[in-house]
Design a protein around this ligand. Structure first.
Ligand SMILES: Cc1ncc(COP(=O)(O)O)c(C=O)c1O
Length: 413
């Protein structure tokens, strides 16, 4: 087995498809919010592997949960029950709304399942069931948002509001269109009698950390109710405490204190703590449409992954990490807005809790590379938005040390 950076890079070039723009760094081990490369260099991880590592690396409770489950039962077909699945679904019932779960392995699969379920409901409506009028149009189309990201399958490429993601994979899967986030008139114009679902992220991630305005969410819910449309919140980035609530939509609070809930919520990334877990979580009346034979996944709900995901919920609750994420985020926003060395370069700092975007006035050159040189891992999206999404259990001192390096990297590039 090659062990030096150069050997591994040479071998990778030979054997790996080059679909990722990778930096010439080979990571070897992690602990908490730190990663070390094969040369022993340490990095503060402020991006948590695109959000998957919500509790950092090798969190002891997750390691224990995985070890215990791995020693008991690895995999069982979904023609049988297993306790880890019901435990995990129960955690969602306790932290979100009353619903039922379907398990898969990734965010895009959760979104695919959500769209299939919305189409089932749309077909029922045409049959006169599910509150529809007999003979009404079958509802099958999906409206999503410009600047959105929903995954890389053909349907999710069609749902994603970024032309660069779609390019080269035409013809597009039919039935998907996009409107601008916040534009209610545009949304009303895009919806027709065949619209089955509206799909959106509570905070757009890839698009550059753009939170959905509360008033827009409230009105969107009203429109969907009025027109029999399924509202899907893609919480693949915003789930599991990252935004300072269990789920991003819990920020959408009406004047009477009620929360704007979706009909379906999709999860990925953080929910498995870095293991491949996707969840499509639906209100019970909708979930009832997904009867045997309509959808499935061989390894979905795998006991080891489900045990890890349940431990993610338990650790977040036990260690009060939602409040922790909230206060670290507030600290960072206040600090980054007032750093004298970068004030002239920063256009805006936005986001919630530990899902932050620093929008620069100009697209930076070599910023992520500078961070790597300094020993901090970050991400740039939408050309000029630095994304910070560390493990939400990062301690205050490490967070501050990481922010020092982010400021240094911005100042230097
Ligand atoms: C909001 C959102 N939805 C869905 C996905 C797709 O998730 P996955 O890569 O697990 O398929 C992503 C990935 O970045 C995402 O950011």
């Amino acid at each position: 087995m090659p062990t030096t950076t150069q050997d591994i890079l040479t071998k990778a070039d030979d054997v790996l498809i080059g679909n990722y723009a990778r930096f010439p760094v080979v990571m070897e081990r992690g602990e908490g919010s730190f990663l070390w490369d094969v040369d022993g260099k340490r990095y503060i991880d402020l991006f948590a592997g695109f959000g998957g590592g919500v509790l950092g690396h090798c969190q002891p409770d997750l390691v224990r949960a995985v070890r215990e489950q791995a020693g008991r039962m690895w995999h069982v077909g979904n023609t049988f029950h297993s306790a880890p699945q019901t435990e995990l679904a129960d955690r969602l019932n306790r932290t979100a709304f009353k619903g039922k779960a379907f398990f898969c392995h990734s965010g895009l699969e959760a979104n695919e399942a959500a769209v299939k379920l919305a189409r089932l409901r749309g077909g029922q409506a045409a049959d006169g069931a599910a509150g529809g009028k007999p003979g009404a149009a079958k509802k099958w189309k999906v409206v999503s948002m410009n600047r959105s990201f929903h995954g890389r399958s053909l349907a999710m490429v069609a749902a994603t509001g970024n032309p660069a993601v779609k390019a080269g994979f035409e013809p597009a899967v039919p039935g998907f269109s996009q409107v601008d986030l916040g534009d209610l008139e545009g949304l009303s114009a895009a919806i027709d009698a065949e619209t089955a679902a509206v799909l959106l992220e509570p905070i757009q991630g890839e698009g550059g950390i753009h939170p959905v305005p509360i008033d827009y969410a409230i009105e969107l819910r009203r429109i969907c109710d009025e027109r029999g449309i399924t509202l899907i919140f893609d919480e693949v980035w915003t789930g599991c405490g990252r935004t300072g609530k269990w789920f991003g939509h819990q920020h959408f609070v009406r004047a009477d204190g009620s929360i704007v809930e979706p009909d379906i919520m999709t999860l990925g990334k953080a929910v498995g703590g870095g293991l491949p877990v996707g969840i499509m979580y639906a209100k019970p009346e909708l979930a009832a449409l997904l009867v045997p034979g309509r959808h499935g996944s061989t390894l979905g709900g795998n006991p080891i992954c489900a045990a890890a995901a349940t431990a993610v919920f338990d650790v977040i609750e036990r260690d009060k990490l939602i409040g922790h994420a909230q206060s670290l985020g507030e600290h960072a926003i206040a600090r980054l807005k007032n750093e004298p060395s970068i004030r002239h370069k920063v256009a805006q700092v936005r986001g919630k809790a530990l899902f932050l975007g620093i929008e620069l006035k100009q697209p930076p050159t070599g910023l992520v590379e500078k961070g790597i040189e300094l020993g901090v891992l970050l991400n740039v999206t939408a050309q000029k938005v630095i994304r910070l999404a560390p493990p939400i259990n990062i301690d205050y001192a490490t967070w501050n040390a990481g922010l020092d390096l982010v400021v240094k990297a911005i100042a230097a590039t």
